[in-house]
Write a protein that binds this ligand. Structure first.
Ligand SMILES: N[C@@H](CCC(=O)N[C@@H](CS)C(=O)NCC(=O)O)C(=O)O
Length: 278
């Protein structure tokens, strides 16, 4: 593991790292914010999964999360959104598939299956690496994300409630099997058999088992992707059928951007801190 940069921020540190991933068979990048409380002992850790076209720096530089992570004493880890590198297959002309669009699945189809193993990277390899090298309490982990990363956060949490105790999302893709972004990605990564998609679809998963703590979702009503890609109403209805506690907040006038995320990041950090710090 190699540290590429480190800077002081709100009396903690924000750093960028690269490491060789066993699961993705390439070098992977992540950022980690350690709050000031980490100087005197392990702190809870919150994973943030970004959306299409992003890398490990979008959330770190645009959301303003550090101020609130410092207040509540949470470490924040933001990984890249896909494997990358000259040996990693990509579709250079597509921004919604390949590099920057790993969709947080373990691909089963060639040529994607060798490197595009983001699900097991996020749920196993990365938390193990973070726990081994940083002052975090691996028994107090949460996860959240934006858009494709909101989908990733919901799936990772719903499938691993023993590992992730809190979950929230900004403008998540809640039903990837029922939207163009998800159908394109899943067809290539997972193949044409839609039965295999269910393990990566939050709206399917919530009908099998609920999550022990409330799911918080913020969604801008001026988001260009709301009606044809994100469809939060599908997840909300499935949660109601399953008896899942969900707080879906529609935000008048907000779009899909990091300005929207920055506007509501404080409430998301508070949500996670309330669960992880008790
Ligand atoms: N490239 C797309 C937009 C992609 C997009 O909105 N990506 C979101 C996540 S789904 C994002 O976070 N982009 C990076 C950024 O705003 O920093 C377009 O031109 O319509």
């Amino acid at each position: 593991m190699h540290q590429k940069s480190q800077q002081v921020c709100f009396d903690g540190t924000i750093a960028l790292y690269t490491h060789t991933s066993d699961r993705c068979h390439c070098d992977m990048n992540f950022s980690i914010y350690l709050p000031p409380q980490a100087q005197s002992g392990p702190v809870p850790v919150l994973y943030f999964l970004s959306g299409l076209t992003c890398d490990e720096t979008n959330f770190t530089t645009k959301s303003g999360v550090q101020q609130f992570a410092a207040q509540h004493g949470l470490a924040i880890v933001a990984p890249d959104t896909s494997p990358r590198g000259t040996a990693v297959p990509d579709e250079a002309e597509a921004w919604d598939f390949g590099s920057g669009a790993g969709f947080y699945v373990d691909a089963t189809q060639t040529p994607w299956n060798q490197h595009y193993n983001m699900y097991s990277y996020i749920t196993q390899e990365l938390p193990d690496l973070i726990a081994a090298h940083f002052p975090v309490n691996a028994h107090r982990q949460g996860i959240f994300g934006h858009s494709m990363g909101g989908h990733g956060a919901l799936v990772c949490a719903l499938r691993n409630p023993d590992k992730f105790h809190s979950v929230s999302a900004f403008a998540p893709i809640v039903a990837p099997s029922q939207c163009p972004w998800g159908e394109k990605a899943f067809t290539h990564y997972l193949g044409h058999d839609r039965a295999t998609w269910k393990a990566y679809d939050a709206t399917d998963l919530i009908q099998q088992s609920t999550f022990p703590t409330q799911i918080l979702i913020d969604q801008g009503q001026a988001d260009n992707f709301l009606t044809n890609q994100l469809k939060p109403e599908l997840f909300e209805a499935a949660c109601q059928r399953a008896g899942q506690d969900i707080d879906l907040r529609y935000r008048d006038g907000y779009d899909h951007s990091y300005y929207f995320i920055a506007s509501f990041i404080a409430a998301h950090i508070h949500h996670h801190a309330t669960i992880l710090n008790t």
